[in-house]
Structures are given as C-alpha cells and as structure tokens.
Design a protein around this ligand. Sequence first.
Ligand SMILES: NC(=O)c1ccc[n+]([C@@H]2O[C@H](COP(=O)([O-])OP(=O)(O)OC[C@H]3O[C@@H](n4cnc5c(N)ncnc54)[C@H](OP(=O)(O)O)[C@@H]3O)[C@@H](O)[C@H]2O)c1
Length: 276
Amino acid sequence: MTVPTITLNDGKTIPQLGFGVFQIEPENTKAATLTALEIGYRHIDTAEMYGNEKEVGEAIAESGIPREEIFVTSKLNNGFHAPDAAIENGKKSADRLGGYMDLFLIHWPLPTVIDFVPTWKSLEELYHQGLSRSIGVSNFQAHHLRKLHEQTTIVPAVNQIEIHPYLVQDELRAFDREHGIATEAWSPIAQGLVLDDPTITRVADAIGKTPAQVVLRWHIQRGDIVFPKSVTRSRVEENFAIFDFELSDEEMSAITALDRGHRTGPDPDVFDYVPA
Ligand SMILES: NC(=O)c1ccc[n+]([C@@H]2O[C@H](COP(=O)([O-])OP(=O)(O)OC[C@H]3O[C@@H](n4cnc5c(N)ncnc54)[C@H](OP(=O)(O)O)[C@@H]3O)[C@@H](O)[C@H]2O)c1
C-alpha cells in the first residue's frame, strides 16, 4: 500500500497518512508505534504535552528503519512559549526524536495568555539550526495566521486543526490553501463520535468498507493530512487500508453536509491552559 505524499511550502514532503499517539500512555507508546511502523506507517504525530516523545524515539530507534525514512512531528507545550524556553524545549524534543524533528508546531496559539509572534520567531531559529526540517502551527485561526504573516518571515508549512465530518472547517482550510499552508486534520474520526452516523454507515455498507475507513478516505480525497490514533492492532491495519477505493462525488458531498460546527476539543480563541 503506497501512502501518497503532500509537498509542503518549504519543498519537504509529508506522508498524507500517519499515526497519532495522543492519549497513549508512555508505557504503551513504544509498542504501539512499533506496530504502526511494522504495518507500514512512516509518519508519527506526537507532542511534548503527550508525555511520550521519548518512547516514540525509542520505537524509531528499535525499528531498524532509517530515521530519515520516518516523518516525525512534535509540538511545543503551552508552558514553553517564551522565546528562550521555546528554543530549549524544541532542542529537547529533537533530542528525544533522533536528533531532529521533521515538523515542529506551536501546539496552541494561547492568544489570551501570550503573544505567539516571538514564539514563532524561535521556531524559525530552530528551523535555521536544522533542529526541525519544517515548522508549522496548530489550532491557529485565520486571524492568528494573518498576524504571523504580517510580522514574521517564514510561512507555516502546516496548520493542524480539528476536522471531521461534524466540523468540516472549509473556510479555514480555504484560507490555509490560499496561503500555501497544508492542513492537517486532528481527531479525524472525532475519537469515534462520527462512526455511528447513519450517512457514514450507509456509505460504508454500500461500498463494503468500515465507517472509519470511509471517514479517513473522505479526508484523503479532500487533500488533508491525517494521523488516526489506535492502540488496537486490527484498527491500525484498518486505518491504513484506505488507498484501494474511492468515494464518489455524491458520497463526498453527503459526508461534508454532516457539518454542524461541533468541536470535541477546545476553542483556540479562548483556550488558555498552561501546565503548572
Ligand atoms: N494538535 C492538537 O491539538 C491535537 C488534538 C488532538 C489530537 N491531535 C492528534 O491527532 C491524532 C488523532 O486524534 P485523536 O487521537 O484525538 O482521535 P481519533 O484518531 O479521531 O480517534 C481515536 C479514537 O478512535 C478509536 N479508533 C481508532 N481507529 C478506529 C477504528 N478503525 N474503528 C473504531 N474506532 C477507532 C481509538 O480507539 P483505540 O485506541 O482504543 O483503538 C481512539 O479511541 C492524535 O493522536 C494526535 O496525534 C492533535
């Protein structure tokens, strides 16, 4: 199964399907990541906040797969936005993940807590130092991106935001696209919430695929990057088997029409959580 790649605005390529490790306990992360790598995933999405970067790094080292064949993303924790802290913590994340990151993101903009512009300049420095081959943001709204655009040099390579059939985010995706920013969809199956939806089960039954496969395929055909999480081997396999079928235009539109602006996670404009 060949996973398509997306070319980012800095010329690097990212596999369109990856494996997410949010909410995988550190003690289970190495095994889960090794399973994903064995199945064929070559893109892992972690974060300092998840507490399992070290175990992702260990899995990569143990897998025997050359580091440069795996695309690894991490994210700056909310407590480390001050410029020096951002550099220091970016270096620590790179260290845990085999000496560099492929992609490093500001995890949340925290607009009510701190100015994210100096933080972004620290990520630019990490990029220039080669500690992250690409840099981007997560949970940024259009007005946050506009501010970066006006005050900084490097355009983020990606914007990682919550997207699934109940929150299709077409406006923000269009903004990203117009500015050369690739969109990544977090919680692509809404942590399971959308899998019982009658429209999705109807499409799944009609084409003989599972609801999760239908939803992940919908993301792929829209051009977004996804990294579903699972600690269940059969699901990790199922989520990888989405490149031998296509949804019709009617099926795509029916799924997009399920949008109800429903967030499972926080609203980025007000989210202000900073760990003690
Ligand atoms: N940037 C951000 O702020 C942010 C926020 C949230 C997530 N993320 C990233 O996005 C990744 C994915 O999001 P997520 O973990 O929140 O949610 P998700 O991938 O939408 O859903 C994960 C949940 O769905 C279940 N599942 C997975 N595959 C399934 C299948 N084929 N059939 C039925 N159930 C299935 C998993 O169960 P089991 O594990 O029990 O099998 C787990 O409970 C994260 O791991 C993380 O890397 C980023």
